[in-house]
Design a protein around this ligand. Structure first.
Ligand SMILES: Cc1cc2nc3c(=O)[nH]c(=O)nc-3n(C[C@H](O)[C@H](O)[C@H](O)COP(=O)(O)OP(=O)(O)OC[C@H]3O[C@@H](n4cnc5c(N)ncnc54)[C@H](O)[C@@H]3O)c2cc1C
Length: 569
């Protein structure tokens, strides 16, 4: 068991935040365990006395044990300099921790004894064993941890302060990165708070340094990359680069996360690499309504957060903001080279890199990405364009969902499609909702031909290809939902691709493909196996995939059964 620190930080000011303690459903967020449940937990840990003032877990601690209070009281507080905010108090039968307990990331809050008594202490390893073997407790902890994290996010309570501007694309990128990684932060907008601008000027923090991210109240990062943020917040555990993994999954969208959950739960040593944040394209969807088991829909963010936590529960290693740069496919074991120089070997590889957004050929498009041009319609973007007119470009389901969602909070939504209508490209239920919504205008055979603005998009010009008429409108927000291209450039000829760059697998690989790839096995490729034995492709990146969350999840999980065959065949 790790030794715990006994320090009493000098706290000069203490605020009490009753929100978490009084939140609705607090019994699920802070449940009281039964004596029988506590007995089952005690088997995995040790009982020990606690004294007032003793810090059981400090904010930022890398090693985070799990505590159940049997007697006395433990406060959870958020420290900031010499001040502390009381989040909640754990009494007998209650337990410490939140999502970081599973992910192995540093603690966000400090747990300090406020009344002497006794606790049961489990280190993370024993806690994970308990979670994997006791389904009743696993469900109870998981629910409590997720609800606690959701509450922290809702109140902007965490160890990160972001200072930026909503008119700055780097600020929006950092906001998106933190949000999609489910990390709570507080935000100070320069657009509204002139005092902060004065402060930045005094510290010679110029426009190019914005946004500024204050990490754990200690480190100040100027215009940081996602990788720097991940490093500062301890998102990634240190990994052993010489260890040969059973399977490396590249990409943590729905397909990659499903592969990670099934691989880890079936005892495989799995490493997942993700360029940005878990969830992939699905993470940017405001509401997925056709995923089995969620009759009222689920946001992509919530689905991704749950899947990520689930993969952690089973012990998958997920590296965030780590881009796979190259696949070393001329030897076995294979190796995946990661940006920054790491190289990790693996017996099998699952390619789940999905696709990226297709962009119209507008010369100044990148100038407005994040400052008026968006590729996803989540609550974050909806807040930015509340009460204004917006344009949604595209005729597929993602465009339809975005239009219906944005119509709830904006003045008017113009859907622009190049084709003559939506039939054939969009689900019938969405077409009906669009037709019935007076706030949505459908403009067929129409495309954007110009964007104008300085720091932010101010006007859009579109052309009606039926009549040739060109119109300019003062519209400040455009949502491009025009499909995607596969993320396969980095594979550099390792696997056979179709003419659009998607990865060919299984029966789609012709004899010519296999001959060209020097397929070395007497057996044909398995379902989902690429032209390289033991390398699989799943989800949107795979040729023939139907581009849905359910199919990505299905393929990710199926691939694991073939990984077993390759490993043990
Ligand atoms: C706005 C929107 C709404 C949608 N709504 C729905 C819906 O309602 N229902 C539905 O069924 N489908 C929906 N879809 C489609 C669905 O989201 C996709 O089919 C699904 O996300 C595909 O999952 P995937 O894991 O294969 O790929 P992706 O989701 O594209 O994930 C791939 C991941 O791989 C990562 N990656 C890429 N290259 C690398 C690399 N070199 N190294 C490391 N990581 C890498 C990416 O960062 C990404 O996170 C929607 C899509 C969008 C964009």
């Amino acid at each position: 068991m790790p030794e715990t620190e006994t320090v009493t930080p000098s706290v000069t000011h203490r605020t009490i935040l009753p929100l978490l303690t009084q939140a609705s459903g607090s019994e699920r967020m802070f449940p009281t365990l039964t004596p029988a449940q506590m007995k089952r937990i005690a088997v995995h840990g040790r009982a020990r006395p606690i004294q007032p003032g003793e810090v059981l877990i400090d904010a930022g601690a890398q090693v985070v044990p799990f505590f159940v209070v049997t007697r006395g009281q433990v406060d959870a507080v958020l420290p900031s300099g010499n001040t502390e905010t009381l989040i909640t108090t754990h009494g007998p039968g209650q337990f410490t921790g939140e999502v970081n307990m599973l992910s192995g990331r540093p603690a966000l809050a400090r747990s300090r004894v406020s009344e002497s008594g006794e606790v049961i202490e489990l280190d993370r390893e024993h806690f994970l064993t308990l979670v994997q073997t006791d389904s009743e407790l696993s469900e109870l902890f998981m629910r409590a941890f997720i609800l606690r994290r959701v509450e922290l996010i809702a109140h902007g309570l965490g160890d990160v302060v972001l200072v930026g501007s909503n008119y700055c694309s780097a600020t929006l990128r950092v906001k998106e990165f933190l949000t999609r990684n489910g990390h709570p932060y507080s935000y100070i907008g320069l657009d509204r708070d002139a005092d902060v601008q004065v402060l930045l000027d005094r510290f010679h923090i110029g426009d190019n340094d914005v946004p500024v991210l204050i990490c754990r109240g200690e480190v100040v990062l100027r215009s940081p990359s996602n990788e720097q943020i991940a490093e500062c917040l301890g998102f990634n555990e240190t990994i052993n680069q010489s260890q040969i993994r059973d399977v490396i999954v590249v990409g943590a969208g729905p397909a990659g996360l499903a592969a990670a959950v099934y691989a880890a739960s079936e005892g495989l040593d799995v490493l997942v690499l993700e360029t940005s944040a878990p969830g992939g394209q699905a993470g940017s969807s405001s509401k997925i309504e056709n995923y089995l088991g969620f009759p009222t829909g689920i946001s992509g963010q919530a689905l991704a957060g749950r899947a990520f936590t689930q993969s952690q529960k089973f012990g998958a290693h997920v590296l965030i903001a780590k881009n796979a740069k190259q696949l070393a496919c001329d030897r076995q074991p294979y190796a995946v080279e990661i940006d920054g120089g790491m190289r990790v070997p693996a017996r099998t590889v699952i390619l789940a890199t999905g696709a990226t957004y297709r962009k119209p050929p507008l010369k100044n498009l990148s100038q407005f990405e994040g400052t008026g041009v968006y590729y996803g319609a989540t609550f974050m973007e909806a807040q930015l364009c509340r009460g204004e007119e917006v344009i949604v470009v595209g005729g597929g389901n993602s465009a339809g969902q975005a239009a219906v969602f944005l119509a709830q909070t904006t003045k008017r939504v113009h859907i622009l499609v190049r084709s003559g209508g939506l039939t054939g490209s969009m689900s019938r239920y969405l077409i009906r909702r669009i037709e019935q919504n007076p706030a949505i205008d459908l403009r067929t055979q129409t495309e954007i031909v110009g964007l104008e603005g300085n720091d932010h998009l101010e006007a859009v010009t579109w052309q009606d290809n039926k009549t040739g008429a060109v119109e300019t409108h003062n519209i400040r927000h455009v949502f491009l939902m025009t499909g995607a291209v596969p993320s396969t450039q980095w594979l550099d000829g390792c696997v056979a691709l179709d003419d659009k760059g998607f990865i060919k697998t299984g029966l789609d690989l012709s004899l010519d493909d296999l001959a060209a790839a020097h397929w070395p096995m007497p057996r044909p490729p398995h379902l989902l196996e690429t032209s390289l034995p033991g390398v699989f492709a799943v989800g949107d990146v795979r040729a023939g995939n139907v581009k849905r969350v359910a199919s990505a999840v299905g393929e990710g999980s199926i691939a694991i059964s073939f990984v077993h065959r390759v490993l043990h065949g």
